[in-house]
Design a protein around this ligand. Structure first.
Ligand code: GDD
Ligand code: MN
Length: 429
């Protein structure tokens, strides 16, 4: 039976009216892991399993757009799969009360359901929470600001019907584009894609527009996987953690916004990089390895980043002390190293080991950790001196190579001992 068999379409029927009359309230928001079930919620025994497409519309401050969006999407979908779809608006408690307006539309559009989230925030998790309430076998997402041309929906559906597990609306294939983006935004968008290709080729290489927020996926392709997205780019998560075999793409032109404004800020770029690194470390070969050897690779990478930042802090402070205050060489060296240690400690405390330090936030507890951290780092320096002497004087290895090896060993030492001693991972539940 084809997925969207026309025999099964029926006009907005009694089923819908019954359903919405009895539950004209807001959709419940699931809590817990961001995981989609194999079978839609309440799928047993309702006799209403003909809903195929569940299209989530994430919104934040879209009061000017919401009515129009719902209207356009309903008209379009009624023409091809009437009665076989639902629209799910997931609003993050917008101060302009978008959710309220959406809710008021449900009488006129019985296939519309509305979720108001008050505990969580963020585009990606909004989409997943919406899918968790969805009854369809095909899960989709489209922006709530009409920047995604609705007509493409039909082509996306067709692709799924023809066997694709995932159908992505793309700006970067035949028929696609952006209407009038500035050079800067184009550059940032492409730069982000390039960076992603380097870090996660297996995910970003599979589609021409991995940043797309307009796509459909079979429920079966993502069911059971715990999704863990950061920020805006939900598609990365779907490809990275789902079981997506066949991918189809449909070109589209990203339209200009007519009402309201974009919520993209610099934070989305940071989130994006964070997301790439997290996916890299938890999926594929690296993920399997890190689970097998039980080495906290993610934490180690963060520790490494912090260490790297320390080098720059050290050099900068050293330079300032020497040129501005004209401090002596030894004093400048010691002082700048001290500042770098404080820098590293703070970042490690609030980032690398944040999960652990959260439970021990009192000032004296932090200070105790700082003292231990400094002692471990000092021991690391001594360790470096021993290693470099051995490598250079005994084994006669090139001094720079010797220094590099010494740094590597000291970094692992610093990480491991700080993990076990300063942030004592074993003591925290
Ligand atoms: N629930 C919820 N929570 N919705 C949100 C949030 C949030 O925190 N932030 C944004 N939205 C909604 C907006 O209301 C809009 O409907 C949609 O998500 C996209 O947000 P925009 O701020 O308009 O994003 P954009 O136009 O810059 O970017 C779009 O295009 C990109 C490129 O294709 C988005 O669709 C991106 O996902 C997409 O990658
Ligand atoms: Mn937009």
């Amino acid at each position: 039976m084809p997925l969207f068999s026309t025999d099964f379409t029926h006009p907005r029927s009694a089923i819908w009216n019954m359903k919405t009359n009895s539950s004209n309230s807001l959709l419940a928001v699931s809590t817990g892991p961001l995981k989609i079930s194999e079978l839609p919620p309440n799928s047993v025994g309702t006799g209403d399993e003909s809903i195929h497409l569940s299209l989530v519309i994430p919104t934040y401050k879209e009061r000017e757009n919401i009515k129009n969006v719902v209207n356009v999407l309903s008209q379009l979908l009624d023409e091809s799969i009437a009665g076989n779809y639902e629209l799910i608006v997931v609003d993050d408690d917008s101060p302009d009360r978008t959710w309220e307006i959406a809710q008021s539309l449900t009488t006129e559009y019985p296939q519309l359901r509305v979720m108001r989230r008050q505990q969580e925030r963020g585009l990606s998790s909004a989409v997943i929470r919406g899918w968790q309430a969805a009854t369809g076998s095909v899960l989709g997402v489209i922006d709530g600001d009409l920047q995604h041309p609705p007509e493409i929906l039909i082509q996306l559906l067709r692709s799924i019907e023809q066997g694709a597990d995932l159908a992505v609306a793309s700006r970067h294939i035949e028929g696609g584009g952006v209407s009038s983006w500035s050079v800067v935004r184009r550059f940032l968008s492409r730069g982000a894609q390039l960076l992603g290709l380097v870090i996660l080729p297996g995910v970003l290489g599979r589609v021409s527009d991995p940043m797309s927020g307009y796509f459909m996926v079979r429920r079966s392709a993502i069911a059971g996987a715990t999704l863990n997205p950061v920020g805006y780019k939900i598609l990365l998560e779907v490809i990275g953690r789902g079981k997506v075999d066949q991918v189809a793409e449909v070109g589209y032109v990203f339209c200009e916004r007519k009402e309201g404004e974009s919520k993209v800020t610099w934070k989305q770029y940071i989130d994006y990089i964070h997301h790439l690194v997290r996916l890299r470390l938890s999926t594929g070969k690296v993920g399997r390895l890190s689970r097998k050897v039980k080495f906290p690779i993610g934490r180690f990478v963060r520790f490494g980043f912090v260490g790297f930042s320390g080098v720059f802090v050290d050099l900068t402070v050293f330079h300032l002390l020497r040129t501005v205050i004209h401090l002596g060489l030894t004093r400048s060296t010691i002082l700048s190293a001290g500042v770098a240690i404080v820098n590293n400690f703070l970042w490690n405390d609030v980032w690398t080991f944040s999960d652990i330090s959260q439970g021990q936030r009192a000032l004296h507890q932090r200070f105790k950790r700082f003292l231990k951290f400094s002692a471990v780092c000092l021991a690391g320096v001594i360790l470096q001196a021993l290693i470099i002497n051995f490598l250079y004087n005994v084994l006669e290895i090139n001094q720079y190579l010797a220094k590099l090896i010494a740094i590597a060993v000291a970094t692992i030492w610093n990480f491991w001992v700080n993990l076990k001693l300063s942030w004592r991972v074993t003591d925290v539940k």
